[in-house]
Design a protein around this ligand. Sequence first.
Ligand code: 0A1
Ligand code: ZN
Length: 878
Amino acid sequence: MRTETAPIVRLEDYRPSDFLIDTVELDVKLHPTETRVTATLTMSPNPSGRSGAPLILEGDELNLKSVSLDGRVLSDEEFEASPHSLTIAQAPQQAFTLTIETEVNPTANTKLMGLYRSSGNYCTQCEAEGFRRITYFLDRPDVLSVYTTRIEADRDEAPVLLGNGNLVESGSLDDSSRHYAVWHDPHPKPSYLFALVGGSLGRVAKTFTTMRGREVELAIYVEPGKEDRADYALDALERSMRWDERVFGREYDLDVFNIVAVSDFNMGAMENKGLNIFNDKYVLASPETATDMDYTHIEAIIAHEYFHNWSGNRVTCRDWFQLCLKEGLTVFRDQEFSSDERSRPVHRIAEVKTLRARQFLEDSSPLAHPVRPNQYREINNFYTATVYEKGAEIVRMLKTIIGEEDFRRGMDLYFERCDGTAATVEDFLTAFAEVTGRDLSHFARWYEQSGTPRVAVKSHYDEAAQTYRLDFKQSTSPTPGQAKKDPMAIPVTLGLVSHDGSPMSATCDRVDERGVFLFDKAADSITFTGVTSLPVPSLFRGFSAPVKVSLDLPNEELLVLLRHDTDAFNRWQSAQTVAMRLLASLSVDGSAKGEEIEAYAAALCSFIDQDAEDDPAFAALVMTLPSEADIAQEISQDVNPDAIHRARTELRQRLGTACSRRLQRIYDAFTDSGPYSPDAVSAGRRSLRNACLDLLAAADSRAGEALASAQLESATNMTDRLASLSVLTTLPGQAREDAIAQFGERYRNEPLVIDKWFTLQAAIPEDGTLERVKRLMEHPAFSISNPNRVRSLIGSFAMLNQVQFNRADGAGYQFLASIVLRADELNPQLAARLLTAFSTWRMMENTRRKHAEEALRSIAQKPNLSRDVGDIVSRSLE
Ligand code: 0A1
Ligand code: ZN
């Protein structure tokens, strides 16, 4: 469909469905190219719908075989059908049964939506609108039905047959090599949570006993031979289930919980009821193939999908505008889980880094939208950092404002009241308003207003009066469709620190007992009394709100916080702020700022000396400079990525040189001993050591090359191996090329490791990289139809390689445009996601901006763009 003709769906147009579907019986006869689906739907007019309305079911590329109403086959005159809809104008006005037969071709399904094949296995993806690619349906989340699924297949081709809910029957067909299984899910659910799997799969399993003593069989299905790589995911699942019982009082509700890993998947994973389907990248892990980061992601995504069982499945969304209701809340829940399982401050810093890199970027781009958008052309394009990550920040702010106990009471009320329903953001907020007696209407603006608020803070100390005043101002820049902005309700968690580092006991009646000041006007001031010396303010502790802050504090004062703040997040933040100031000014005017750099390096050296070993994971974060993309965002206009790259390289080098003795000492002291363990403490030690390696190599490339090569040789796990290879990729020469070649050879049969290898090479900030990427597209492991491969090679080039994607000659942009067009013919979702790499184009300097615009226009001009790509390209150009 051409972009211009894709209709806009608007929140204000929501109305309940005219019909309901109480039960769904699906009979699916799996076949590689001619899968037969018979859907028997018991339906009735919806009392809240329009009476006498026609019945219009959605389809997408469907091939209809027959339709029957109450057992009678309908003639062609009694309905109207096309691949994308089935209409019965004279639908019954009382309960009826509709039986629809369709045929689908899973092998030809390269969009990976609906029923498709991945490495020969059958699987489904129905969120958001994939069910309509299996059968005609009221494919909307507020139509909840009880499903029974009968799956039939060749036993040899698909010995394992899985569906939602519990297995009720299975067996062989008398006269053939075929067998079947019947699954029943007693919990009413929307069609987007439907799933089935058929294939040849290995299995790991264990029994879990719930808080009320129910026995649940937990199982993970993977490619045969890779079972042992699923052990960590299975353990993470068990820990997630226990945590949700303990922290949210949520118990699992079926006899089985199955997870299947597939190698072709558009996203991370999917929370289908009782049958989660995962991108195998987020299930499979062994020390030889996965990094510490992979283990962390696996744990988080396993938890995320499991937590959806309550936040998303038991309570689902009324319509897709409410997507953040399940996603923001579930991200919040998985973040809390990871924080409890690991180090809370370290995890918080990682969350904020991601939020800034992805969501702040989106919020300042042409693709900015509210956490609850009020219109869309293609819902697939709204699975965004804004809906997910900013959505989670809103839940966190709510908790900060009302406190832990009321938050839990509100969650309990929400789950209890909305269980079995399709809810809205209003339902969610009402639960908290009720338990606290607060008016949350101002707070609700966070869901409606897009853009990242900027908060400017000025401080005034009156020595004579011993008072300290903080003046706050907030503003938000215009975003698409929202020219004027209102003030937001911003929780500021804060404290005062004295110059010698001790916390100050000054008081302010605007700050509650948890240290929270609610800043909800365009400008406001608060005054502390009993302030006996000039304090350093520690603001937005724990990153208490998703805002950009500008502070009038000099670098020396910020560096006091690095040493002394009790809030670990702000210790890290203060060092980052200083580094960012230096990097931005080095990038913009190249000015040396010698003394400031020295002061920063000295502070970091003494931090390394005194604190690094106490919390290695935290230290590694402090020692890592803001990324080139972060710096570009900070500069935000007339960006020259080459200048940014030079500035960051220079600061890394100065830092590495200033601290080299200490870095070497830690590098030597933190050698890994004993068998690999992915736990947070061991991972923290590795991250500190590898951060040291990176700075040592920046200071002295020869010594760095020797260290990195030695580490690559002796590494006993993928984290250390990849970190050393990554350092080597920054040092041009034969050693690098040999190391790259050897690594590629060693892991040529491990697609998930080859992905890392693609990523490292795509990120090399040198002129030859584009040619290298093109060459790698010819590598036998690369496939334009596999999303993981495409994202690792091409996505990484576009998103991670600032200098080469944004080449001044425009070749990077042209390349991406050509790949987007190619990918669009196979998999529009994948193509549209790649295309979002252009979202920074307007902040580039003039020459690059022109090239980027040309590339975007070349895409926009193409006939027959998918709705996904058409939507992103037109919004990018608006
Ligand atoms: N609900 C899933 C994300 C998801 C969305 C769309 C998909 O279609 C390709 C797949 C997965 C989650 O939040 O994990
Ligand atoms: Zn989710």
